[in-house]
Each structure stands twice: as structure tokens, then as C-alpha cells.
Design a protein around this ligand. Sequence first.
Ligand code: CP3
Length: 365
Amino acid sequence: MPTLGAVAPPPDAPFLRACRGEPGPTVPVWFMRQAGRSLPEYRAVRGEGSILDAIRTPDLATEITLQPVRRYGVDAAILYSDIVTAVAAIGFGVDVAPGVGPVVERPFASAADLDRLRPLEPFEDIPYVLETIANLVDELGDVPLIGFAGAPFTVASYLVEGAPTRTWTKTKALMHTDPELWAALVDRLADQAATTLRAQVAAGASAVQLFDSWAGALTPADYERFVMPASAKVLDAVADLGVPRIHFGVSTGELLPLMRQAGADVVGVDWRVPLDAARARLGADAVLQGNLDPALVVAGADVALEGARDVLRRNDGHPGHIFNLGHGVLPETDPEVLEQVVALVHAEGRADAQPSLLDGAGAQP
Ligand code: CP3
């Protein structure tokens, strides 16, 4: 649903350039959860109630998406939405409880529940998301907009558990005791994520991120067997769109090669794996996003800036680096510290190392 007059960001926008791993003058930076409760301007406009209501209000969702771009001067915007927007829109009975996360009225438990997961029709089911994106493309100008979807595993885990979990016991029980039903569930969610992402790009998003936030709860063997085919289906389904595909999860140190192999152009790395170690696992040509520990930002400017310098040092001028936190901005974050992190990354970050000289460096057989 592109709007007349909307201008796409230039292909040499720093964020898009880095996603392709091409050398440039600066290291681009944005933050997962850059919109949200850490910003006073967010708290001022957000109102009470479910985040899904805010997402269903395009003028509000547009404003909230723009707030961190204005304040921080980040190199990309991320659509204000949620990983459960689509599954809520088809009527599965999901809400997002403030301070808790996604909660499900009747969790997914048997084959009959597959009937509650009909295909997503973007123009009928999520027209407000497409309208928000069209608004944003007009407002953002040169700044690329990142669209996103929840990966099949992470969304399935909410549907099966019914609420946030620390153990994923029901999810793991389902995948191991009824692998066929599990495969059918994640296949439907893969189609839904693919449809969501294709619609977001058609509406004007310049990149997509697949959030498999909780995939790190799995062994590599279980990830490969039960999760990777569905995530690969999503990433393959958007490969022809020509936009960078970012693939991110938390505690995924052991899964990074598989997550890249699933079809990622950019691999998101949490703070537990130093960036140089991540690149050693993935090969010198890997494009990485991350990975300052969000807790270090809460610890204050001195600690945050030292942490940011360490991330830049470990990247060592590699052109394929998008600076980010290792997970989302924590609500208690002082936005002024993030402003200083952005300034530091822009002033001190280097993205000028020649990829040809990096060939083989750090790559492991
Ligand atoms: O700025 C951005 O990053 C864009 C917006 C965004 C939100 N959710 C808004 C939001 C994005 C990219 C998401 C994705 C999302 N949602 C993920 C993947 C990213 C990650 O953090 O790993 C997950 C796991 C969810 C599910 C979810 N939604 C959780 C766990 C919560 C936290 C509950 C809480 O209140 O602390 C939410 C709610 C949510 N989604 C908020 C925001 C800004 C919290 C604030 C609010 O309700 O206003």
C-alpha cells in the first residue's frame, strides 16, 4: 500500500549499506525496543490498556515509532507493533498484559486448535499496520524502516504456554511428544510471518527482522529439527524482495551458525557472545548486529560508553556491523545515556576495513 509521493530511503543509507557488508564512513546504530517506556514522550502519549490498542491506532503508532528517531538520531526506525499482532488479529485470543507480556485465553493444546490459526489476510486483518507504515515512509525520509515478525518458535511458545515462561516445558513437551502437530503449528505460523513481512515490505519497510527471541532455550539439535525449517521458510519467502533479513534471538551463542544458515543476511547477537567470537563462529564475511548489554546502559554513562567502545573494538572496523544492544532497551534506562551511546558510535565507529583483507580472518572450518 505505498503512498503517492513517498520516497524510499537511498540504498547507501548507512544502515542498508552495513546490512550488505559494504565499507562506509560510519557505523549505523539503532536499538531494539528503542520506542517504549524508557522514553517520557512515550509514557505521555501511550495511555492505559493493551499495547495492541495503541498498535491499532495508526497516528499513535506512527508517532511512537518516530519518537526515538527524533531523540537519538538513530539510523533506522523499527515499526511499533508486537510479535503477537498478527495472531491476535486473526482472533486467536491473545493480549499483551502490561508488565507481563503476551497472554492467551485458550492456549494451543491439540490438533483442533489448528483451526483457530487461519491464514492472515493483511488488508483485512492488519490494515492499521499497513497504514502506519505508509505514514512512516512519508515521515522518515532517508531513514529506513525495519518491519518485523515473531519467528514461528517464539510465537508458538506463547500460544502453547499461554503466558511468558522461563522453562518452555509445555512447548518442548509438544515438540517431542507430537512432532507432527508441532510441525503443523510452526508451519502455519511461518506462513503468517511470511505474509506479514511481505505486506510490511510492500507498504514501505526497507528491512525485516525475524525475532526468535527465545530460540536460545533449545539445543542445536532440537533447533535444527523442530524450528529451523519453519524459520527458513519465512526467510526464504522474503528472499526475493531484495531487503535485508535480520535474524535475532537471545542466548543463541550455540545456534548462531544455524540461524545464519536459515537464511539471514544479518545475524543478531546478544551480549553473551563477544562480537569477535561471534564472527569467528560465522566466518569473516558475517554481517552482525549488536551487542551492548542493555544492563550496562542502566549502570550509567561511564559504564555504557566503555561497553560500547568494547563492542566497536571487537568489531575492529568490519563494514558489516550494525550497532545495537544485545536485547531490548530496559524500561529503567536513562535516555540521555543512549543519546551518548549513539554519539559515540557515530564519532568513533569505523566501517572502513576492506572486506578482501578480512577474508578468512577468524573463519573456522
Ligand atoms: O521499539 C521497538 O523495538 C519496536 C516495538 C516492539 C514491541 N514489541 C513493542 C512493545 C517490538 C520489536 C516488539 C517485539 C516483541 N514483543 C518481542 C521480540 C523482541 C524481544 O524483546 O525479544 C517479544 C518477545 C514480544 C512480546 C512482548 N510484548 C513482551 C515480552 C512484552 C513486555 C511486557 C511488558 O510490558 O514489559 C511486550 C509488550 C511491549 N511490546 C512493550 C513494547 C514497547 C511494552 C510497553 C507497553 O506495553 O507499552
